[in-house]
Design a protein around this ligand. Sequence first.
Ligand code: BTN
Length: 326
Amino acid sequence: MRSKILSILRNQKGYVSGQELCEKFGVSRTAVWKAINLLKEEGYEIEAVPNKGYHIVACPDVILAEEVKSRLQTKWVGKDVKYFEMINSTNTKAKQLAEEGASHGTLVIADEQNRGKGRRGRQWNTPPGTAIAMTLVVRPQMRPEKVSMLTLIMGLAVASACNQLPGVHSGIKWPNDIIVDGKKICGILTEMSAELNAIHYLVIGVGINVNMLSFPEDIKDIATSLALITGRKVNRAEVIQLCMQYFEKYYEEFQKTEDMSVLMEPYNKLLVNCGQEVRVLEPGNEYTGISMGINEQGRLLVKKEDNTLEAVYSGEVSVRGIYGYL
Ligand code: BTN
């Protein structure tokens, strides 16, 4: 009920009477009053005026389940949201929940992560109150080899979401880093449980640097945050809402053909280094070529020096521009 009250208060310009809320939810005035008080304890500023009702004055920068659910206008993504104030890794938790039967679209969010996982066994820590660490559980009915495209779709969703914020022009460094002004603001880590022909579930983990104003020495030259880019504090719940709404939209497009034929164009528009020289670092095979964008299978097409076209698979590959991190 709290997420629904929040949603009503947020979408109403004036006051919402206690009576209206009682009738809407079929509960007593005391139950409504208790729910409002709980919201106030969580940091929402809600004004209560006799004979008028309730009015929301300010929302805190919280990413509690009620806050996120009250914002989402999705059909299946985030219908179930699990929030943790502090956790080791949202991917690890999401896998555990998936094993226990969590439904398609369950979203796991944490305010703080102390053993977050990055690609290639790296760490991805999330300090409290300043970032987004979230993982989406999906149960696609498709062959396991198609899965890498879902990571691309999440990348496209995050980049599209960030680009809704004034002053943000993000791009995608294939396969799954989101870049603004030449630095990384988001990383994505997908993990899968599958057998030969069928996927049991996937967890798609997303880490976004939102309100950090500084970074540890080892990543300070390659990392940035939405706050540093926009020069203002960014509401994390709004970013989660936008990411999830775009993901659902793109996932449904993808499902029609089970490939990137429809999404290839918007993806390639956001692809950094497209049409430029890149270096492909495959284990035991390094070469330079021109990045030509992704194909229907989500592979990066690279035109080599001998004019042959290589379709690079995202697995263990790293692609760099020839100048530095990008
Ligand atoms: C990368 O190395 O770029 C991928 C980083 C992915 C980090 C996110 S944070 C939320 C989710 N939980 C994890 O443990 N990792 C992912």
